[in-house]
Design a binder for this molecule. Structure first.
Ligand code: KE4
Length: 411
């Protein structure tokens, strides 16, 4: 396997060293093949909001697997998951299941181009939306960590249709719209996770919403990471913005491969077979993935979950910030709900340019110092960390103690 991994960020290129091979996970911990157990803040990059190996999910999977794993035909479970998503996400009236976040955003862009008849797409530097060709243009996440501003293999004839502007920069976005009348859509991570956690500045999302509506361009909220994470209804509930298309993934699969995209009935009816815009998938809506997603979303109906996640995440981030300060290490913490990043910098991080000023090397040293203390953070400065409901106060206190020792070792 290239790099010994099935996804680049796992190869530790952002922090150095050899990746751990994980054999099992339970609640807030993962255990590697050498039998070492770590407190895990990656959570499979977002899906594991209920913690690893949740007993209810495992039991439901065992039961449903006994009836077959994939029918390639409509089944009740996909209808039930669709109903949960429609009930929870304010702007979604109709939804299509796919198998990854990449498929969700790729399909959302085709839908936007298909219904507007326009070709141009606007994205934000440092945002990552999966690896579809149109999106690997100054993407964040793995590409940013690997220092590849755009990927070989993406035809220039396609990349030219993707315009990239700085996040949290209304003037730059207005300029792009003034220059280009053929913008089909703007795709945005409403709370960025893929340059590290970067919240929208006050009024920014409202500005993007108004500007796209004014120019007849569709607004695509990529909530693959923020959906059911920063609120039950995602960032669009938290910031009260109504996008035209919402992309989901991660949490809605409960750890199994699921993505989805949705919007108004009028818009989604353009998708085959009711409309001409084609998109398909062998394993879309399979009963196993639907079951893990259903158990997860039903458990998240308990709103106290988000209050607990808020409290635990605030406790963690305050502790980390204090530990850094006590050791004389400069960090800036950005957090929204239970996703956060400690940037090794003293410059407020509001976009890719400022995120990129962070000290990657120091982050890498911190990452390994925490690993030695039994805590598994994201193996890249440009990723978000995640707290689950299984991260108890005791687990968080233990993490903060580990950080105190790690920061002192750094100092
Ligand atoms: P997937 O195709 O990896 O399921 O989803 C792509 C995607 C789309 N949109 C957002 C906002 C995302 O965060 C992602 C995937 N996130 C990365 C973590 N930064 C997944 C980890 C990885 O690439 O291995």
């Amino acid at each position: 396997m290239p790099g010994g991994v099935n996804s680049p960020v796992r190869a530790f290129r952002g922090v150095g060293g050899t990746p751990l091979f994980i054999r099992s996970a339970a609640g807030p911990t993962i255990t590697d093949v050498a039998g070492r157990t770590y407190i895990d803040y990656v959570g499979s990059w977002g899906p594991m909001i209920l913690g690893h190996a949740d007993a209810e999910i495992l039991a439901a999977l065992a039961a449903v697997a006994a009836s077959g794993t994939s029918f390639g035909a409509p089944n009740e479970l996909e209808v039930e998951l669709a109903e949960e998503i429609v009930a929870a996400v304010p702007s979604i009236e109709m939804v299509r299941m796919v198998n990854s976040g990449t498929e969700a955003t790729m399909s959302a862009i085709r839908l936007a181009r298909g219904v507007t008849g326009r070709d141009k797409l606007v994205k934000f530097a440092g945002c990552y939306h999966g690896h579809a060709d149109s999106l690997l243009v100054k993407a964040g996440s793995g590409v940013a960590t690997l220092g590849l501003p755009d990927s070989p293999g993406v035809p220039a004839s396609l990349a030219q249709h993707t315009l990239t502007v700085p996040f949290n920069d209304p003037a730059a976005l207005a300029e792009v719209f003034a220059e280009h009348p053929d913008i089909a859509a703007v795709i945005i991570e409403p709370v960025v996770g893929n340059m590290g956690c970067v919240p929208p500045q006050a009024g920014f999302l409202e500005f993007v919403r108004e500007l796209t509506a004014k120019h007849g361009a569709l607004l695509i909220f990529d909530e693959v990471m923020t959906g059911f994470r920063v609120a039950r209804g995602g960032a669009q509930e938290r910031y009260r913005i109504s996008p035209d298309i919402t992309c989901l993934g991660k949490i809605i699969g409960g750890g199994l491969p699921v993505g989805a995209y949705g919007g108004s009935r009028d818009l989604m009816r353009n998708i085959a077979p009711t409309g001409p815009i084609y998109q398909a998938g062998t394993l879309s809506g399979n009963p196993l993935a639907m079951t893990a997603g259903l158990v997860t979303l039903r458990r998240l109906k308990d709103r106290s979950v988000y209050e607990t996640l808020e409290q635990r995440s605030a406790l963690l981030c305050e502790g980390l910030a204090r530990a850094a300060e006590a050791a004389g290490i400069k960090t800036i913490t950005n957090r929204v709900g239970s996703m956060w990043t400690s940037f090794f910098t003293d410059v407020p991080v509001t976009n890719w340019e400022t995120a990129n000023l962070s000290n990657r090397e120091l982050y890498g040293k911190f990452f390994h110092a925490m690993l030695a203390e039994g805590v598994y953070l994201a193996p890249s400065q440009f990723e978000a960390g995640f707290v689950s409901i299984t991260h108890t106060v005791a687990i968080i206190d233990k993490t903060i103690e580990a950080a105190r020792r790690a920061f002192n070792a750094l100092a």
